[in-house]
Design a protein around this ligand. Structure first.
Ligand code: 7TS
Length: 407
């Protein structure tokens, strides 16, 4: 079946909104995505038809809520090809997933002299938790550098992957360049020196099929809101044997087996890591988002996004005085650039007046901005509901802004 973007757009109520009297052209999908009506309905139905807490009460609606919540665990496992549903921990998002690891794994396994390896293109969410873990344990943080084309420099890996390396945490797809990193290769290099691996998949799972068996990653994290789902929910995937060895991160209800005044024992995984009332409505909404992606298929989504990304890149390259950062061959639908005549924040403001939403700033990747030698960039990020006509409006708005600023 050919991909019908107008049919897709009709499923997203927020795409029908106007901004400053103009149709919204939403090109900030790396920050968050809009939600199809089916996701909004799934959340609304939970609250209006079977609202209850999960895992505790015996009445009908509580059973229904528990069943719906746990069914999404199977759906997530299937999405990333996790063989065991106990590998799927629901968190509030990528940030919480990585912090959970930095505490529950990092604080118990890292020692002075150990090295944590990250890359120069990490989002702060996959950097600050490791900086804090290094500070608290005496471990050292090291960086795989990037090349000018926005790809990782893995030429001499023995410089970075050594017997001191205990953990390698890296982004699967850059939220600044869109570069897709060679995850399988990095994981093999890490395992060869006995290190465990953490994949920040916040920008990859929304756009492509991610297979944790094929990758052989130890941990992987992503957020629901960047893949059509609600805010406030995310996933931590972990190999069961590693999750079992780990201590809990949060303590509270739900995560215990027995509690006495002196000491407690823990629930089985994954519930050991889901203290308190979980994100019930959000998880159910995430299930509906996965249904939506599955029904379109990653293959169709990927092809369509690639076509739009190529079109956007070609259009941007036609503009004078505009620099695109990075030129990775393997890339997702994210492009960062700077315009000589206009500061990124001014550009974003001018575009907003045309109804065009893009992001300007450091994109929570300040070390990368330092590496690029710029304080900020403009960033356009595309998703399955964007159109060529929207890209044309975006390009025309930039052209008009440059013309206005340069007289
Ligand atoms: N990792 C990457 C690669 C990201 O792009 C983001 C969010 C996160 C982690 C954090 O995800 P959260 O859901 O826990 O906040 N990135 C962006 C962005 O690029 N613009 O806004 C948020």
């Amino acid at each position: 079946m050919p991909f019908d973007v107008q049919k897709v757009r009709a499923d997203f109520p927020n795409l029908r909104q106007q901004v400053h009297g103009k149709p919204l052209v939403y090109l900030d999908n790396a920050a968050t995505t809009h939600k199809p009506q089916s996701v909004i309905n799934a959340v609304s139905n939970f609250y209006s038809k079977y609202n209850a807490n999960v895992h505790r009460a015996l009445y009908q609606q509580a059973a229904e809520a528990t069943e719906a919540y746990e069914a999404v665990r199977d759906k997530v496992a299937q999405l990333i090809n996790a063989p065991d549903r106990r590998s799927i921990v629901f968190t509030s998002g990528t940030t919480e997933s990585i912090n959970l690891l930095a505490y529950a794994w990092g604080r118990h396994n890292l020692r002075p002299g150990d090295e944590i390896l990250v890359t120069e293109m990490e989002h702060h969410s996959n950097l600050i938790p490791w900086q804090l873990a290094a500070r608290d344990t005496g471990a050292t943080l090291r960086y795989i550098p990037i090349r000018d084309d926005g790809t990782l420099d893995l030429e001499n890996p023995e410089q970075y992957f050594t017997d001191k390396t205990k953990l390698v945490a890296f982004t699967h797809q850059s939220n600044v360049f869109g570069a897709i990193n060679p995850a399988r290769q990095i994981i093999e290099l890490a395992h060869a020196v006995g290190a465990i691996t953490v994949v920040d998949a916040a920008q990859s799972v929304p756009h492509m099929a991610v297979d944790v068996v094929e990758l052989d990653c130890d941990f992987l994290a992503f957020s629901g809101h960047k893949m059509l789902g609600p805010t406030g929910v995310g996933v931590l995937y972990g190999k069961p044997e590693l999750l079992e060895q780990m201590s809990p991160f949060f303590g509270g209800g739900e995560m215990i087996r027995t509690v006495t005044m002196e000491k407690s024992t823990w629930a089985e995984i994954p519930w050991k890591f889901e203290a308190g009332t979980p994100k019930i409505a959000q998880v159910i909404g995430l299930g509906a988002a996965i249904n939506y992606l599955n029904q379109l298929s990653y293959k169709t989504i990927g092809q369509y996004e690639q076509e739009l990304t190529d079109y956007t890149l070609a259009s941007l390259k036609d503009l004078d005085g505009l620099t695109i950062h990075g030129n990775p061959q393997q890339r997702g639908p994210v492009i960062s650039f700077n315009v000589d005549a206009v500061h990124p924040h001014d550009l974003a403001q001018f575009l907003d007046e045309e109804g065009v939403a893009i992001r300007a700033g450091h994109h929570c990747a300040q070390p990368l901005m330092q590496r690029l030698g710029v304080p900020a960039t403009s960033r356009v990020s595309i998703y399955l509901y964007n159109t060529k006509a929207e890209i044309d409006i975006f390009i025309e708005s930039i052209t008009n802004t440059i013309r206005f600023m340069t007289g």
